[in-house]
Design a protein around this ligand. Sequence first.
Ligand SMILES: CCCCCCCCCCCCC[C@H](O)CC(=O)SCCNC(=O)CCNC(=O)[C@H](O)C(C)(C)COP(=O)(O)OP(=O)(O)OC[C@H]1O[C@@H](n2cnc3c(N)ncnc32)[C@H](O)[C@@H]1OP(=O)(O)O
Ligand code: NAD
Length: 729
Amino acid sequence: MRRGRGLHAAGAGPERYQGYGRGLRGISLAVLQALEDGLEKADADPSVKAVMICGENGKFSAGADIRGFSSPNRQGPSLAALVSLIESSKKPVVAAIEGIALGGGLEVALGCHYRVAHVKARMGLPEVTLGLLPGAEGTQRLPRLIGVPAALDMITTGKHISAHEALKLGLVDEVVEANTVEAAMHLANQVIGQPLGPRRLSLRPVPPLPDTDGFLRAARLRVRERARGCLAPELCVQAVRAATELPFSAGVRRERELFVELLSSGQARALQYAFFAERAVRRWSAPGGAASHGAAPRPLRSAAVIGLGTMGRGIVTCLVKANIPVVALEQNLEYLNVGRKAVMLLLEREAKKMEQDAQALDFHNPARLQFTVDFDLLRDVDLVIEAVFEDMALKKEIFHKLSRICKPEALLCTNTSALDIDEIASATSRPEQVIGTHFFSPAHVMRLLEIIYGRHTSPTAIATAMQLARALRKVGVVVGNCFGFVGNRMMFPYVEQAVFLLEEGSRPEEVDQVLEDFGFKIGPFRMSDLAGLDVGWRSRQGQGLTGPSVPAGTPARQRLGRRYSPLPDLLCESGRFGQKSGTGWYRYERAGGRTATPDPGVHSLLAQYRHTHGIRPRHIDQEEILERCLFALINEGFAILAEGIAAGPEHLDVIYINGYGWPRHRGGPMFYAATVGLPRVLARLQHHSQAHPDVPGLRPSAFLEKLVAMGNPPLKEWMSYLSQQSPRL
Ligand SMILES: CCCCCCCCCCCCC[C@H](O)CC(=O)SCCNC(=O)CCNC(=O)[C@H](O)C(C)(C)COP(=O)(O)OP(=O)(O)OC[C@H]1O[C@@H](n2cnc3c(N)ncnc32)[C@H](O)[C@@H]1OP(=O)(O)O
Ligand SMILES: NC(=O)c1ccc[n+]([C@@H]2O[C@H](COP(=O)([O-])OP(=O)(O)OC[C@H]3O[C@@H](n4cnc5c(N)ncnc54)[C@H](O)[C@@H]3O)[C@@H](O)[C@H]2O)c1
């Protein structure tokens, strides 16, 4: 056997890695060709006794080039052919897996006769997350190697597994701590001359289960339930079923048919768009030309969180999980004790979930997590996250204090949901250090971190907040400052339409059902009950929309010349605050209960309300519910883009997928609008706006009108149609 990195005689691994976070490419045609040539040469050369395949720069392979799936020059079939070629080699082929072996990369390894993995390597078949299935015979080989249950789990979830898990499952033959390539070559030398038949997975039977058919039927139901309209997981189950029912070659044909079905479904395009959008938003730009490539973050060695309510306790939890020492501060000892208990409970639960890494959290150690009511302990921290009540005066008081106490370079973050970052910053002597870090509830679970820069926020502060997102394993999206920022600002017209629909004849459960069938995790009424109806109520009181400050004689269903629904206020006035009080738009088994049941009390309240206001209820169909809620949200998105609050539609989509439960397989609201076609979105908004002229949220945005007038350009060109970039960007 000849030695050397990469496939013998090819000198190249299945992929090339060009540095962290940049330019990691999938398996290219050139690499495929090199592998094929190398294998053929090795087979023909009698001096070669075995072959070892490895990657370059410590990475085996990230799989096929995802961008290639939408190009006319698809590489698909040749990857599968290469895997077969490897397997049929007359000389033993050993895969040396370092770093990652994902998708087509792992399928290449499955074609090899032996697999050696580095202890830190991760393996997986993530195709399902891209709306696809493993299409290089992986759905047929993996069940033959590790059995149906484990293979199905990997293929339908796309999860990455560690080398140790892979060893336990029998996916790899050996795990090494030292040099993987050397260990693979050592193994190759040992197996020279041994029969290869038993190592060729295509020749093996799938290990039988007591009731394979029953198992697969149950699995199909499970993934269908979990996938909420996403096609790929179910087709993955069908492909694995083919492995259990058909000979290998027929199974491969079935796999290919299913792959092509997914490729042309539209969902794959949406999911791949989401993959790249999440990476694109890491590159940010801000006023004055500041941008990600020119700004370096400050180190984040310690943090403080102020306020241990719903949000603060989740934020503390994710900081601890990210190994950042935290000082957790409350307004008095009573609140501190409640907050401490809640944080400890969350951390215990997280530790249980993490099992083997739990000790690393070390959260009983005061050097890692300290509870206090003393602001002085915030003197040396690198970062403070304020999560007190949504009250401008209180926030300003706190920021004023912080600017006196904290070290000059400390980043001062607010978790406000909607308030003006500039006004908060004005309470400090260092507005350049003030930034919005908008977490989503539950903060230790939701992946989104909306990062809001103010007029004076420095590029370093933005870069540091993005670094925080990365450290917390969240998706950071940088946006401009306006009421509600991006996410909540788009949410307002959506929820407003949902409530108007109730006035006109719908029930909460009907509206929720339509939006949940669309793919949302929960509909707007379940969501409002979960968040607490009192939160919005307090905000409307603050804005003078309800409560004693509303001038006498104001029409009940009108504010500032536009339509207003007092329904949510009426619910709150009768003590219906959602899950926390046991009643809201639904009723729950108890205060704090989670199971929503349609509530006859709400139905009669609606009937009474319509009667009082002379509204004749009508039947509202699914299409109208969807259009009015979704197009109102999308319309606001166009206004946000036109104002320069976000740098592009991808930002809005990433925010909605990761923070608001928008179905990922629909690519986000702006991608969805592009799929529906902007002319149709515009026409339907015009229609609904004519029917409801007192609802500004339905009046088409000028930017949407312009894009339609310009011939409905593709999403990636939208921003070039803005007459001039907004000064915010
Ligand atoms: C009609 C006729 C059709 C007939 C067809 C029928 C037959 C079909 C046969 C098809 C064969 C299919 C083969 C296979 O089953 C399919 C696949 O392999 S799909 C790909 C699977 N792989 C993945 O999903 C991995 C995706 N990548 C990641 O998860 C992560 O990038 C990572 C590898 C874990 C690394 O993470 P990080 O270190 O955080 O780095 P980044 O994520 O920022 O990535 C850096 C950079 O690289 C780009 N990139 C990463 N992976 C790929 C990829 N596979 N292809 C293309 N580009 C990739 C990423 O986008 C970043 O670049 P940037 O976007 O920032 O420019
Ligand atoms: N709840 C959500 O879903 C959500 C989501 C995103 C953002 N937010 C925002 O996060 C912030 C906090 O919201 P929440 O839901 O956690 O509120 P909460 O009412 O649950 O908790 C606020 C906490 O702040 C504490 N606090 C008040 N004054 C304080 C002071 N002077 N010093 C220290 N602590 C003080 C309170 O004692 C309380 O524990 C708000 O700005 C809110 O708009 C909330």
